[in-house]
Write a protein that binds this ligand. Structure first.
Ligand code: CA
Length: 300
């Protein structure tokens, strides 16, 4: 392991299933969720303070909105959450008719829409879908027959959408129209060899390269979506790596979520930090600010 890129834990807390890291540049907080414990976590880098917000249902993914509130994909659909007041306002559940699904990864696009996908809680059927919640709170389906909807990213030029459906072991790219959120021309741009583990959450850096968290893979990997080549890999002391995002004052710190769900007692002894939120400070690459729900299109 490169000693200059040593992962540190942000807090001693460990999640069952940590996910959906989001950096809030305006107040220097890192947010993440524990899907299975129904929790939203916030850690203030300025005050070294960890706050946990508990919900009455699973929370698959969160994103920031323009007024420091949160937009979320909960077990029972999309919701607006105000952590300060505790208010949870349900918006719409596009899968009220699908009992076996829950929401999983989600993120805002460069035009301020919230995309989130679903997955079956049990079984291996392709019953998941990828949805978009538009700024007028209407919901539409973007991709059907998904096995486990996971990582999402948009290229720095806002022209390409990247998507991971975990069981495919692939990253798919689509032409993306920022004006109406349409996606087309699906092609596979990255194939993760099975021996590496399963591609989970994803983020993109300022050079347009994809950072992919590898479930059961003990690492995050940096891939070039233009030629399908592996560029870099950072090892972690735990096996179930779930997602990553850039943050910090200069957007050069890489925050990485992980999980301990499903590990045996023996495995937990071997990886006592499983479920931690890790950070690799000054990782050598720079990320892009997270898009916020309701934001206007930013001109590049
Ligand atoms: Ca995930």
């Amino acid at each position: 392991m490169d000693s200059k890129r040593k992962p540190e834990v942000v807090t001693e807390h460990t999640c069952l299933l940590g996910e959906s890291p989001v950096w809030n540049a305006s107040n220097k907080k890192i947010l993440w969720v524990d899907i299975l414990q129904c929790e939203i976590h916030q850690y203030s880098i300025l005050y070294n303070k960890h706050i946990v917000f508990r919900l009455d249902q699973m929370v698959g993914a969160i994103a920031l909105n323009e007024s420091e509130g949160i937009i979320a994909a909960l077990q029972n659909g999309f919701a607006k959450i105000n952590i300060e007041t505790g208010a949870v306002e349900m918006i719409h559940n596009p899968e009220a008719h699908i009992i076996n699904n829950r929401f999983n990864d989600g993120k805002c696009d460069p035009a301020g829409r919230f995309w989130a996908g679903s997955m079956p809680v049990s079984g291996n059927d392709y019953s998941g879908n990828l949805y978009v919640l538009d700024k007028d709170l209407s919901v539409s389906v973007k991709i059907k027959e998904v096995g486990c909807s996971n990582g999402l990213s948009w290229s720095p030029d806002n022209k390409t959408f990247y998507y991971i459906d975990t069981p495919t072991l692939q990253v798919a790219a689509y032409d993306y129209d920022i004006t109406n959120a349409s996606i087309s021309n699906r092609r596979v741009v990255i194939e993760i060899p099975e021996v590496e583990g399963f591609p989970d959450g994803m983020t993109i850096d300022s050079e347009g390269m994809l950072w992919i968290a590898i479930w059961n893979g003990w690492k995050v990997m940096r891939w070039n979506p233009y030629n399908g080549q592996l560029l870099d890999s950072i090892s972690l002391p735990v096996s179930k790596i779930t997602s990553c995002t850039f943050g910090g004052d200069t957007m050069e710190d890489l925050y990485i979520t992980s999980a301990k769900t499903g590990l045996s007692e023996k495995e937990l002894k071997q990886q006592p930090l499983a479920g931690s939120l890790f950070v690799i400070k000054k990782c050598g690459y720079k990320g892009l600010n997270a898009f916020r729900f309701g934001q206007e299109i930013k001109k590049n």
